[in-house]
Design a protein around this ligand. Structure first.
Ligand code: PMP
Length: 419
């Protein structure tokens, strides 16, 4: 019965990681996977998380019961306030519905299933009986390039995933004109997936002025925006600063907004799968909010029954304690500070070596990643000759750099470019 199943190549990212793991040379540098490492190259458990874990377990009511279908309400409400700011009118006007998800990927997936069923270009038509046929689905736009998983998450829900221009390879800057043109040329009511901050893979975000123009253009075309919020606080060390574009979106747009929120990077709890999907309506509409909540629950019930509890309790503990929140803010500064220091050191070393090219983009970019501009043949030589692993696109995870290896990496890049 399974005779025709085709062998697929390994996932591009995890495939390179496997190759890196198998390489026993020393020194070896793994700049592939987007996970924070400390200056010794080791995973880091945030001090705020450590304390929260102890408190959660010490609570006399601690157990391993199921959560509700839409998850741990203390978490999802607190998470929505982290994203939007507790003072947002979204809360006083009761315009938001939230569901706990399997981290950011699960939030994107739930958004994809929900939109594929109900979004016709006019979300106010959501009701229990509507199902949209694939030919009537809205066009779905992601940035070029984007996190590779975006494409397959939405493709697998039957969306015709298209790209909007983003990265200008020659100048290593935002192709702002192209971006706006593509928003304007997309059929009205299309879906635009936006990275709230620390764009993956380029590390390049629009400026505030550019964001305002992007959001106003999306508004004028009546597109629907999905904000993928995977690096809030991790990028700059400041939760409010990193939420600026998202909050501006909520202020400017007059259509519903979908927010896919991950706590993987900003709490370092990658494997605990803590995340949430939020749908924000432009105006109070309790029947619609309730209908959306019921549909999200129906999808979750059939797919995972209910989301995982452990990480949710830990993040909820942090967010509901002022002392732990303060510690968490310090932890965010520790992580973003170390990454920014590595950006500066890599650039400094390359400039000291007079490595051909310009390197200011490394410090202009923010977040976990840097789009170095290295080409496929460079990436291959770095792996083969220097045991330095990065993604074929030239993306490096800056978190993989530390004071012990950054000079080695710079020299290897220099040798590779001059080769
Ligand atoms: N969106 C972006 C842009 C990401 O980079 C990632 C993680 N690499 C995610 C979403 C989702 O991550 P997770 O499912 O681990 O929360």
């Amino acid at each position: 019965a399974f005779a025709n199943i085709k062998q697929l190549p390994p996932d591009p990212l995890f495939g390179i990681s496997a190759r890196s793991k198998a390489d026993k040379r020393s020194p070896k540098v793994d700049l592939v996977l987007g996970a924070y490492r400390d200056n010794e190259g080791k995973p880091w458990i945030l001090p705020s998380v450590k304390v929260a874990e102890e408190l959660v377990k010490a609570d006399p009511s601690y157990n391993h019961e199921y959560l509700a279908i839409d998850g741990f309400k203390t978490l999802t409400v607190a998470a929505s306030k982290v994203a939007l700011g507790a003072e947002s009118s979204v809360f006083s006007e009761n315009r938001i519905v939230s569901s706990q998800t399997l981290s950011g990927t699960g939030a994107l997936h739930l958004a994809g299933v929900f939109l594929s069923k109900f979004y016709t270009g006019n979300i106010s038509s959501v009701n229990a009986d509507t199902t949209i046929s694939s030919e009537n689905r809205s066009k779905f736009y992601v940035s070029k390039p984007t996190w590779a998983n975006h494409i397959q998450i939405f493709d697998s829900q039957g969306f015709d995933v298209k790209t909007y221009r983003y990265w200008n390879d020659a100048s290593k800057t935002l192709d702002f004109e192209g971006y706006l043109e593509d928003i304007n040329n997309a059929p009205s009511g299309s879906i635009f997936l936006l990275h709230s901050c620390a764009h993956n893979p380029t590390g390049l975000d629009p400026t505030p002025e550019q964001w305002i123009e992007i959001l106003n253009t999306i508004k004028s075309k009546k597109h629907l925006a999905i904000f993928d919020t995977a690096y809030q606080g991790f990028a700059s060390g400041d939760l409010t600063k990193d939420a600026w574009a998202l909050r501006k979106g909520v202020e400017i747009l007059d259509t519903p907004i979908v927010i896919c929120q991950s706590f993987a990077k900003n709490t370092g709890m990658y494997g605990e799968r803590v995340g949430a999907l939020h749908v924000v309506l432009p105006e109070t509409n309790e029947p619609l909010l309730s209908a959306i909540a019921s549909q999200l629950k129906k999808i979750t019930r059939s797919e995972l029954s209910n989301p995982p509890a452990y990480g949710a309790k830990i993040v909820a503990q942090i967010l509901s304690s002022p002392e732990l929140s303060e510690q968490w803010n310090k932890d965010l500064v520790t992580m973003s500070g170390r990454i920014n220091k590595m950006r500066a050191l890599l650039r400094e070393n390359l400039e000291k070596l007079n490595t051909p090219g310009t390197w200011n983009h490394i410090t202009d970019q923010i977040g976990m990643f840097s789009f170095t501009g290295l080409k496929k043949e460079h990436v291959e030589r770095l792996a083969e000759k220097h045991a330095i692993y990065l993604v074929g696109s030239g993306r490096i995870s800056v978190a993989g750099l530390n004071e012990n290896n950054v000079e080695y990496v710079a020299k290897a890049i220099d040798e590779t470019i001059r080769h």
